[in-house]
Design a protein around this ligand. Sequence first.
Ligand SMILES: [Zn+2]
Ligand SMILES: [Zn+2]
Length: 262
Amino acid sequence: MTPTPGLHVRAACRTLLNALQAAALAPQCVACHQPLEHPLLGPVCQTCWASLTHLIAPACDRCGAPLPSAAVRASAPDVAVRCSECERHERAIGRTRAALEYVGALRPIIHAFKFEARESLAVPLGARLRDCGGDLLAGAACTVPVPLHLWRRVSRGFNQAERLAHELGLPVVGALWRPHQTAPQSGLHADARQVNMRGAVAAAPWLRHAVRARYLEGQAVVLVDDVRTTGATLEACAVALKALGVQEVRALTVARTSAPVR
Ligand SMILES: [Zn+2]
Ligand SMILES: [Zn+2]
């Protein structure tokens, strides 16, 4: 017997209601997709938070690259340790620190934060930034979020770096902007990324003289971003901040990776 159209509609409605009920009553972890035991604690389960890989010393003080422990043992304990790349090249950034390795559950967590409007993840991610970057934040006059181009910011609804910066307890100064669109950095190699970022970041036209004089000129400031890949974006920001009279640029990111970010 052929079902009547009314039965089809009723079955579709029932399926839809079940789906809505499941979504409302059993939200899933954005990383492992298992039902959340404590959904009020946020969209990531405790198992996924506990699985994240913390970046621990030894690391290059300037760019944050992991170092063989032998290189650190060979240097005096109070001397900043640098990787061979940072020894060879002049950089505008003085110090860089990342909290976590960009692997495993952290990838979907950051993806959800940036692209699925999970702004609330700025709170737990910001806490990890504070934990790992206490000494970089100490003595700094302000934090400066790595800027997004205006159109990207509008389409995303927020700048993830700015949301993270607001978790760090220092004044947040939007000192920089991206005057023109650059090709997406993802998929580009390190050299191409540097070329792509050349001149891509500049002092924001809305930066007031009084703010510049108080928080930037002659000061140490902390650049904030979600993921450091080759460091090309952070370096472009640091060059722009130095041109504004900043004395020392430090950089703090949630994650660090050498693989292209997608
Ligand atoms: Zn999970
Ligand atoms: Zn280095």
